[in-house]
Design a protein around this ligand. Sequence first.
Ligand code: DGP
Length: 113
Amino acid sequence: MASCIFCKILAKQAPAKIIYEDESCIAFQDINPQAPVHLLVIPRKHFASVEEAEMDDLPLLGHLYRVAAKLAQEYKITDGYRMVVNTGVGAGQSVFHFHLHLLGGRSFRWPPG
Ligand code: DGP
């Protein structure tokens, strides 16, 4: 999608600190980190949210979680980390290309704010 910042990052038309790439997704550092480790894992395929995902996308969604879990190991945050998917403006979603936040390196409160 031409107007999507994450599609531009995928196309290398916008800068990002990309730390992982494979055939179906990439991961990069969040521009506005909320924790010492704050990575975004995004599919190459554009869809706005899990609500727009199709049945065929279920393996892809699972893959994103597996990649995030691997990155949690690489970044040594396995003592406690968050995987967060903000869905909708009311939940704080600001980029409408599905993305998984991986946050770690600090303690977290529950319930989240
Ligand atoms: P959300 O609010 O859940 O839609 O998260 C969007 C995240 O994307 C937010 O934490 C900031 C990050 N972000 C937005 N634009 C850019 C960008 O151009 N580069 C990078 N690296 N991150 C971005």
